[in-house]
Design a protein around this ligand. Structure first.
Ligand code: ATP
Ligand code: MG
Length: 503
């Protein structure tokens, strides 16, 4: 095929592909525009996981009537002017292409009234072409409505994930911005149902409580750090709270949510040795650095950045997190006394697992004890994790964390916590279809972040099957009335949270 210049329509659809990957990208661009416009109230309405409609309204500065056509044109922006400006970006947008991109793959309506004007105007764009523009009465601010996203790029539509996933992406995004901009009242609803509503009073912990539940929000450690022009604020999890993936490690640079390996590894490093393998911290950190020290013009989606001095940023994040960890949750020093080879006191952790059997007591001269096969005092079932482990003789316990045992081939250190998890796991495996439940004396109200709440809603039947009796109880809230009998001594909220993670 000979070389040909692409039609304007096709060229702009290609360009749009980089900015508008999915409904959540549209929400991100519109939300960022509202923030740049200095809005204090932002409302987001989504229908059909964003495929049918995404509408964002704000009470920001609005767009002057004669600039409306420019706002929806490519390479038109009010945020930068010269190449030099690119290195001092203080706004979230600067490329002047988001609305144009969105308009080329949807039916777009922008209704806006600038504060200096008596009336507003409405402009409609379809597949990249302005189809109408008219004056209209409206309040100061802007409403952007995106309908039938990807109606003219069916291939893109096919690539979208299940509605639940697309909705979750939106929820996660809006939740993060709600935390970053706690001073703005942000409201999100899906198909007429509110999933997030922040008051805008500036209290980040209040937003955190809505997202992660009051209990977890209370436990998060506050980070306050300032060094050589770099400021880091926010929250990180104490070492007792962790996640099975890095999805909850959130970073904002100068008010912009970014995904960056330097930041992730710096934070992870701060937790090194404190977390079990495969566990990750939870964070929401807001980093302020001089705009000239970070290049945000790396990718059209603006979620990646390049630092002028990555090492400095790495060190600062690591130090900030470490300081918070040490200040709030000092790592207990092992006192000499905790190296006990004397009386072994089964920790409550091990109760009822079949591991707290008497024969685990240290034997100074006895034969190796069949640690895994001895019946417990409360149950005659064999303890389940015998496979692959030889007969062991218990020597003692270290710091209420490890069991020390002697086996035919040497010394064994057993992580009590991990062993306990394994015991519970195997017990549950054996109960399979018929998991006994234990009704709670008082039903428990559990508040979850919107994205987790959605997961729970979609899996209520599965949860019931494994013994959690939950029912919806208001926005993102659930009433828990029974739990698997195995968990009676456990914190049901923590159990629900880890189940959500696994889903
Ligand atoms: N909600 C809004 N309130 C006020 N002005 C807006 C709003 N949304 C868009 N605008 C105006 O329209 C212009 C174009 O918006 P658009 O999102 O396409 O580009 P941008 O924000 O300048 O850059 P980027 O492509 O990086 O987002 C903006 O520069 C701004 O002047
Ligand atoms: Mg923009």
């Amino acid at each position: 095929m000979s070389i040909q210049v692409l039609s304007e329509e096709l060229a702009s659809q290609i360009a749009a592909g980089e900015v508008v990957e999915r409904p959540a990208s549209v929400v991100k661009e519109l939300l960022e525009n509202a923030i740049d416009a200095g809005a204090s109230r932002i409302s987001i309405r989504v229908e059909d996981a964003g495929k049918k409609k995404i509408e964002v309204s704000d009470d920001g500065t609005g767009i002057p009537i004669d600039e409306l056509p420019l706002a929806v044109s490519r390479h038109a922006t009010s945020k930068i002017n010269t190449a030099e400006d690119l290195f001092h970006i203080r706004t979230l947008g600067f490329r002047g292409e988001a609305l144009a991109s969105i308009g080329s793959v949807s039916r777009l309506m922008v209704l806006s009234r600038n504060a200096d004007s008596q009336v507003g105007a409405r402009i409609m764009v379809e597949g990249g072409r302005i189809v109408s523009k008219e004056m209209t009465g409206s309040v100061t601010g802007t409403i952007v409505r995106v309908s039938d996203l990807f109606y003219n790029t069916p291939a893109r539509l096919k690539f979208l994930k299940r509605d639940v996933t697309e909705r979750q992406q939106i929820d996660t995004l809006v939740s993060r911005y709600a935390m970053a901009y706690a001073g703005k009242a942000i409201h999100l609803e899906h198909d007429g149902k509110a999933v997030l509503r922040t008051s805008g009073n500036g209290e980040r912990r209040e937003v955190l409580a809505q997202l992660y539940g009051i209990e977890l929000a209370r436990q998060l450690l506050e980070v306050v750090f300032e060094e050589e022009g770099m400021k880091i604020e926010g929250y990180i999890s104490p070492i007792s709270i962790s996640r099975s993936n890095r999805k909850d490690m959130t970073f904002f640079i100068n008010g912009r949510w970014v995904q960056d390996v330097t930041l992730v590894s710096a934070l992870f490093k701060a937790y090194q040795t404190y977390l079990m393998v495969g566990r990750y911290p939870l964070s929401i950190l807001f980093i302020e650095i001089p705009p000239e020290a970070v290049d945000v013009n790396v990718h059209p989606a603006k979620a990646e950045v390049r630092f002028r001095e990555p090492d400095r940023v790495f060190t600062a994040v690591q130090r900030a997190a470490k300081r918070a960890l040490m200040a709030y949750a000092p790592i207990p020093q092992l006192a000499a006394a905790s190296w006990s080879s004397q009386a072994w006191n089964p920790s409550p952790e091990l109760d009822g697992t079949g591991m707290n059997a008497r024969p685990m007591q240290p034997q100074s001269t006895g034969q190796p004890q069949p640690m895994a096969e001895t019946p417990s005092s409360s149950s005659v079932e064999p303890a389940p994790f015998a496979a692959g482990i030889p007969l062991l003789r218990l020597v003692g316990q270290i710091g209420a964390t490890y069991l020390v045992a002697e086996g035919p081939d040497g010394l064994y250190l057993i992580d009590q916590h991990a062993a306990h998890e394994r015991v519970l796991y195997e017990k549950m495996q054996r109960q399979k279809e018929n998991i006994p439940t234990q009704p709670l004396l008082e039903p428990l109200l559990i508040q979850l972040p919107p994205q987790s709440a959605q997961i729970i809603c979609d899996n209520l039947q599965v949860l019931r099957k494994i013994g959690f009796h939950l029912e919806e109880f208001g926005r993102n809230s659930f009433r828990l009335s029974a739990i698997p009998a195995l968990f009676t001594q456990k914190d049901p909220r923590a159990a629900i949270n880890s189940v959500v993670e696994d889903f």
